[in-house]
Design a protein around this ligand. Structure first.
Ligand code: ZN
Length: 257
């Protein structure tokens, strides 16, 4: 069963997508001289580790952007898990969303024939553990051939991190940005922090080659981020950058507030 779609971004960066799931989730596998990194680990219906070892079987450290269920389904398969202090709180104590609600989303619209033969929804769970390793803004993973910097980027959630590949100028954006309508209307989104994070990233990493997002079409041009940022500033000027203000459209861009 080819649940995972594997695309090579360059010789040492792989995009591992779960396009048969409605979340169209993308994890990123970064090959290093000394060790590999996996950024987020997907839905958890299938074991992502099996496809990683076929690509390169060096030791792999798992980096978590944030503790939403669709990013953390395979956490228990990795010995070393790195995440923000706030994300680690959820790793230790469990995420806020109920397991019943998560289980429904995990199998929503998934053709039963695509599920592994031994898949048991009642046994599907997210790991809770004290073994998380906390990281923060400015920490760097030295992989030998490349350096990956930790970027604190709250807004979508309070625990959200992005990761910046200093050697290739890629931003691994998590749910900071994705193509298609941008949903800024859910409860745990903090609009002020979100705007601050966009501004910080645009200023700090203006040599960015591309943005790699966790959902849908993985590769996003930096101009897309600049346009969204400008659109939000315009909404803010007009007093519309507020939850409950509804759908806003500008050209191809749609923002729900
Ligand atoms: Zn999320």
């Amino acid at each position: 069963m080819n649940w995972f779609n594997i695309e090579k971004l360059d010789q040492q960066t792989y995009i591992i997508s779960e396009n048969q799931h409605w979340e169209e989730f993308n994890s990123y596998y970064l090959i290093g001289d000394q060790y590999n990194l996996l950024i987020d680990c997907g839905i958890g219906i299938y074991n992502i580790k099996k496809v990683l070892t076929k690509i390169d079987n060096k030791k792999t450290k798992l980096l978590i952007t944030h503790m939403h269920w669709d990013h953390i389904g395979n956490m228990d398969k990795f010995k070393e898990v790195y995440l923000s202090q706030k994300a680690n709180h959820y790793f230790k104590n469990g995420v806020e969303e109920s397991i019943d609600s998560i289980r429904k989303k995990v199998i929503r619209d998934v053709d039963k024939e695509l599920l592994p033969t031994d898949f048991n929804l009642e046994q599907f769970h997210l790991e809770t553990s004290n073994r998380g390793i906390e990281i923060e803004e400015g920490n760097i993973f030295e992989m030998g051939n490349r350096k990956i910097e930790v970027v604190s980027a709250p807004g979508h959630t309070d625990d959200h991190l992005c990761f910046y590949d200093l050697s290739n100028d890629y931003l691994f954006a998590g749910d900071l940005l994705y193509k298609g309508p941008l949903y800024l209307n859910s409860d745990n989104i903090n609009l002020k922090k979100y705007l601050y994070s966009l501004n910080k990233i645009l200023k700090k990493y203006n040599d960015m080659k591309c943005i790699l997002s966790s959902h849908y079409d993985p590769i996003i041009n930096i101009d897309y981020l600049k346009d969204i940022y400008k659109f939000i500033l315009k909404l803010k000027d007009e007093g519309k950058y507020q939850k409950g203000s509804g759908l806003h459209k500008k050209g191809e861009y749609k923002i729900y507030l």
